[in-house]
Design a protein around this ligand. Structure first.
Ligand code: GAL
Length: 422
């Protein structure tokens, strides 16, 4: 065993150092305890999403907070985990939901703090779109911090696959779209990159439905109007959706959205309909819009289906937690964070007053439609209850995965699901 060495005569310096270290150690935790500490639950686990949530974490740290990351893969799983924690009395500081009705029950059970005060102090009404303030508000109080605007009806095309398939232009109607799919198939590529989860199949169905008829989309989801089902527009949408089933690959069932986007990034598939969070994956792979991939809004660049993400703050009377919540809200909505986070996330800033010049051509295209209410449709989550969305997803995924089911059988089941939620 090594012989302990005598402490050199510079003991006074050493003892000062030891004393200083001891004081720091004592103060250290106290200093840490003074910092607002936020446990944040979310489902951002893909490469692009993780890079984006790191922006939030870094900005929060820079603002003097301590970010404790609680990621749960998958939106449905994350929301269920958060609700269980909140209802169970062991809530995180904040938790992600989609902009819309998913956290209605938490509000009605009095389980969320409002963000009225920080919204007032931050003058949110001067820069948030009224529709996003409304989507976060219940009975005159704001219960969520909107953090972005995601378009949910983007089409992403691999430039290389289109070029190699002889598709010379991005199609702008469904007839030309199927001609392009046939060319891509003939060239040996996967035509439609589709992830095999109910929410992804529901997203695709709603892209088709909204493109065929915004009116039918709104009658069904905003008004629960079952008579909209017995219309030529709904019938045409189901036919298009049913036809798309033949253009996916064997790996589609069960595949998550970001592994599906990877098929485009590696030029194995032609096109994916997905929210613009997929852009975060292209960015993480250093792929450039217009050079490596094309982005189209819906089928014809005319109408943006807009949604997004919010964070809610579980009710707490712990002053330190309320301080941590307020710092989260103000950090997430700061102009600097809004630019840095949304560029990484692939979404558009929810603040209408930030410098948009640093965003890519896809986001610039989206922001033009975002500025014009006549060219926007709210996502289903902003219009229909989580229960109805779930019931419709069950019907849609059953039709998508059961090639023998006819459009008429699907239509009857869709009508039953809509009526069950009335
Ligand atoms: C959406 C969410 C996006 C992205 C996507 C896929 O609901 O708004 O931010 O996370 O899920 O996970």
């Amino acid at each position: 065993m090594e012989k302990l060495r005598a402490i050199p005569q510079r003991a006074p310096v050493r003892s000062m150092l030891v004393g200083a270290l001891a004081a720091l150690a004592l103060a250290g935790p106290a200093v840490a305890q003074d910092k607002p500490k936020a446990e944040v639950m979310h489902w951002w686990t893909s490469g692009g999403e993780a890079a984006a949530v790191k922006v939030f974490a870094d900005q929060y740290t820079k603002a003097g907070g301590i970010w404790v990351d609680s990621a749960v893969a998958g939106g449905q799983a994350a929301r269920s985990a958060a609700i269980n924690r909140i209802v169970g009395g062991n809530p995180p500081t904040a938790s992600q939901f989609n902009t819309g009705k998913q956290f209605d029950d938490l509000v009605s059970q009095g389980l969320l703090n409002t963000v009225d005060q920080v919204a007032e102090e931050g003058k949110w009404k001067s820069f948030l779109p009224p529709s996003f303030i409304e989507a976060a508000s219940r009975e005159g109080h704001m219960y969520a911090v909107p953090v972005n605007v995601h378009g949910q009806n983007w089409a992403f095309y691999s430039k290389e696959v289109l070029d190699k398939s002889g598709v010379t232009a991005v199609p702008t109607n469904w007839d030309d779209f199927f001609v392009a799919l046939d060319k891509i198939k003939a060239a040996g590529f996967t035509p439609l990159a589709q992830g095999g989860e109910p929410w992804q199949e529901r997203l695709l169905f709603n892209v088709v439905l909204q493109s065929v008829s915004k009116d039918t989309f709104m009658r069904l989801y905003a008004k629960n109007d079952a008579t909209a089902i017995d219309t030529p527009e709904f019938k045409k949408s189901v036919e298009i959706f049913g036809k798309l089933r033949a253009y996916t690959d064997a790996g589609s069932p069960g595949r998550n959205w970001n592994d599906t986007t990877a098929l485009l990034i590696t030029n194995k598939a032609g096109v994916q309909f997905m929210g613009d969070w997929a852009k975060g994956e292209f960015k993480a792979a250093n792929k450039e819009a217009g050079k490596d991939f094309y982005c189209q809004i819906g089928i014809d660049d005319k109408e943006l289906v807009i949604g997004g993400d919010v964070f809610v703050f579980p009710k707490t009377t712990d002053a330190a937690q309320v301080k941590a919540q307020n710092l989260l809200a103000s950090t997430m909505l700061s102009p600097e964070t809004q630019v840095l986070f949304n560029i990484q996330k692939g979404s558009m800033p929810v603040r209408t007053d930030v410098d948009a010049s640093k965003f890519d051509l896809c986001a610039q295209k989206g922001m033009k439609l975002l500025a014009d209410p006549a060219h926007q449709t709210p996502v289903i989550d902003m219009l229909a209850s989580a229960d109805l969305v779930g019931a419709l997803e069950d019907v849609i995924t059953n039709f998508w995965n059961n090639k023998s089911q006819t459009p008429d059988e699907f239509t009857a089941k869709f009508a039953d699901a809509l009526k069950s939620a009335q």
